[in-house]
Design a protein around this ligand. Structure first.
Ligand code: PLP
Length: 287
């Protein structure tokens, strides 16, 4: 099936879908985005994603391209036209197109682009065996809590991970603490059994998967602490894992080549993956 994109009011085959060369997303990375998982035809955690989109727009004083009701209709239409029940939806809002100049344009109309793709997430092998991460300095700007398309440091980090044979790169702040992955949040289970993930301040993107999982922890009777953790603490941890829209909950079994725990996914991460999958499946069945 040919892929159909939504671009500023029109549904177009991908090869004909384009934006103006003076779109500020293209010129200045003056744009924000969301990636939403699709399961059973449902947009998983649609409301938290829209909430975060509005937060990103608000922090950048950028207008929404349309109301949420219309946005939801367009999202569903993109899924329908692409025949996607399992996959993900990409949505990007830019400040619009205007002659290139740094200050905000007076009259630009926000740009809206959406695409969708099929895919069911990481392979069974990755889930069973876990993945490796490397650590790299966090060289991003001061507001990675805003989901902007300024992802060059993330792309460089992911490429470095790929070249090292790793799945992800965990970024490290000046104090030696892990902030987050290039496209995922980072978690550990300490030797004393404490579940730790960094607090969602301005240093990380507050992942929708992270938020969803936090809401499920109480039932599991796990003790959670939101605080920074160092690379050394992560390497000495009993378990480690990452969370994201496209990977859900994925075990991390090595950091810079050092095995985490015994080098196999531990019981906590395996349980949390099950719990999260059930949470997603419920939303898919409700559609
Ligand atoms: N951190 C960064 C830098 C990301 O780019 C992403 C997702 O792309 C995440 C965390 C995870 O966020 P979410 O769970 O909303 O996908």
């Amino acid at each position: 099936m040919s892929r159909i994109a939504y671009v500023n009011g029109r549904y177009l085959p991908l090869r004909r879908a384009s934006v103006h060369i003076e779109d500020r997303g293209y010129q200045f990375a003056d744009a924000v985005y969301e990636v939403i998982a699709v399961r059973g035809g449902a947009l998983i955690d649609e409301e938290p994603h829209l909430k975060r989109l509005h937060r990103s727009l608000g922090e950048l004083r950028m207008a929404a391209p349309m109301g949420d009701g219309a946005l939801k209709l367009v999202m569903r239409e993109v899924l329908r036209r692409n025949g996607i029940a399992t996959g993900s939806l990409y949505l990007q809002v830019s400040r619009g197109s205007a002659p290139r100049d740094f200050p905000f344009p007076a009259r630009a109309k926000p740009g809206l682009v959406m695409t969708a793709r099929r895919g069911s997430g990481p392979s069974a092998k990755l889930i069973e065996e876990g993945v490796g991460v490397i650590t790299i300095p966090d060289i991003r700007w001061g507001r990675p809590d805003i989901k902007s398309v300024a992802l060059l440091p993330n792309a460089l980090g992911k490429q470095q991970a790929k070249e090292a044979g790793a799945f992800e790169a965990w970024q490290v702040d000046r104090d030696g603490n892990v902030t987050e992955g290039t496209s995922s949040n980072a978690w550990i289970v300490t030797a004393s059994g404490e579940l730790v993930t960094r607090q969602a301040d301005r240093s990380i993107l507050n992942g929708v998967t992270r938020i969803g999982l936090l809401g499920l922890l109480a039932r599991e009777g796990l003790k959670l602490v939101e605080r920074p953790f160092s690379v050394a603490e992560a390497k000495a941890a009993r378990e480690a894992f990452l969370t994201s829209t496209t990977n859900f909950v994925l075990p991390v079994v090595s950091i810079d080549g050092t095995p985490v725990g015994n080098g196999y996914p531990g019981s906590v991460v395996r349980r949390l993956r099950q719990v999260y999958e059930a949470f997603v499946a419920e939303q898919g069945e409700a559609e």
